[in-house]
Ligand binder design. Structure first.
Ligand code: SF4
Length: 327
């Protein structure tokens, strides 16, 4: 690990100023991913700006919105009474992520900012367009078992590793930012991005923009929810595929529904078209299977991850059945 400077700030303005002033600086929150990346030489900031003292830990209700501070711990979010009552899908998704120890350190903002776990990204001897643009993608013809089946390019087929973000994208969350040019809001769906020509860029943040909170609008999707994460071991592993499902049922008719997949793309994968297909239909396995076939349209395997072309629709069907009690 290289030597680096360390400063601690206690206001949002000081946090933003410190990053804008110094191009080689990064914010440090829980550090559960960043410190690993620094140890491996994948990220080499010359200065860390510790933001843990910022007043961004609160979880509260404002009007009909649930606001979760960017520095709220993952374990706090998963256990919070308001979250569990009003947005149980989020609690389940957060609970599915990482280990208890990591959830006790990791923050909401840091969870969104974590980097892919593609092994080529972490090995500085291997080609990787995300770590070093223009060097190629080691995973494309290599060990790509964990990789994307939806992508807009073959320059990078990495997946975003966050479970929490799959829940947030399904719940129509908004990301609240503060930056050098003032405050900004980004719909969660537009926060993470597909790799395109800039695989090194995971999200649409501009330099110096700090995640302050996420906001989730009230909904009636808190009774029939499920987050199904399929992974190699149940104790602690990233998703091969995950499915976030929240349904508003009227009798056995689907009145409203939110769906997203994880482990399939460079960003959490919202399934708006599939939601529209299911709205107004009966909550039956037949309809779920048709919906899953629609969900997988346009997907493509790259060899070792071909199994995801079956696993993803099957995971969605199982999650829908569990959420709506049809299993
Ligand atoms: Fe790098 Fe992305 Fe290819 Fe992995 S998939 S080697 S992160 S470019």
């Amino acid at each position: 690990m290289i030597n680096f400077d360390y400063v601690r700030v206690s206001t949002i303005k000081a946090a933003v100023d410190a990053i804008v002033k110094d191009n080689n600086s990064l914010w440090l929150a829980g550090g559960t991913n960043l410190v690993d990346l620094m140890k491996k030489g994948v990220m080499t900031p010359q200065k860390l700006v510790d933001i843990n003292n910022l007043p961004l830990k609160e979880i509260k209700k404002e009007g009909n919105k649930l606001i979760i501070g960017a520095l709220a711990l993952n374990s706090t979010v998963a256990d919070n009474e308001l979250v569990r009552k009003e947005q149980p899908l989020l609690a389940l998704a957060v609970q599915a992520g990482a280990s208890a120890q990591l959830r006790n350190m990791a923050t909401v903002g840091g969870n969104m900012m974590q980097r892919t776990r593609c092994p080529y990204f972490y090995n500085t001897d291997m080609p990787c367009n995300k770590r070093e643009p223009g060097t190629g993608c080691g995973a494309l013809k290599g060990f790509n078992r964990m990789h994307a089946i939806f992508t807009d390019t073959e320059k990078c087929i990495a997946v975003h590793p966050s479970d929490m973000s799959v829940g947030l994208v399904a719940l129509d969350a908004t990301v609240l930012l503060s930056g050098p040019r003032g405050d900004r809001r980004i719909p969660f769906q537009n926060f993470h991005r597909l790799p395109g020509n800039l695989p090194q860029k995971d999200n649409t943040l501009e330099r110096g923009e700090l995640i302050v909170a996420v906001e989730i609008p009230e909904n009636k999707l808190n009774k029939h929810v499920h987050y199904l994460k399929v992974r190699d071991r149940t104790s602690y592993a990233f998703a091969l595929v995950s499915a976030a499902v929240a349904v508003d049922l009227e009798g056995s008719t689907i009145k409203d529904i939110r769906l997203a997949l994880g482990g399939v793309a460079h960003k959490p994968w919202r399934l708006t078209e599939v939601e529209n297909f299911l709205k107004g239909k009966a909550a039956t396995e037949v309809n779920y299977k048709q919906a899953a076939a629609l969900a997988i349209r346009g997907a493509k395997g790259f060899g070792l991850n071909n199994f995801k072309l079956k696993l993803a629709p099957n995971t969605l069907v199982e999650a829908l059945k569990t959420a709506t009690g049809k299993s």
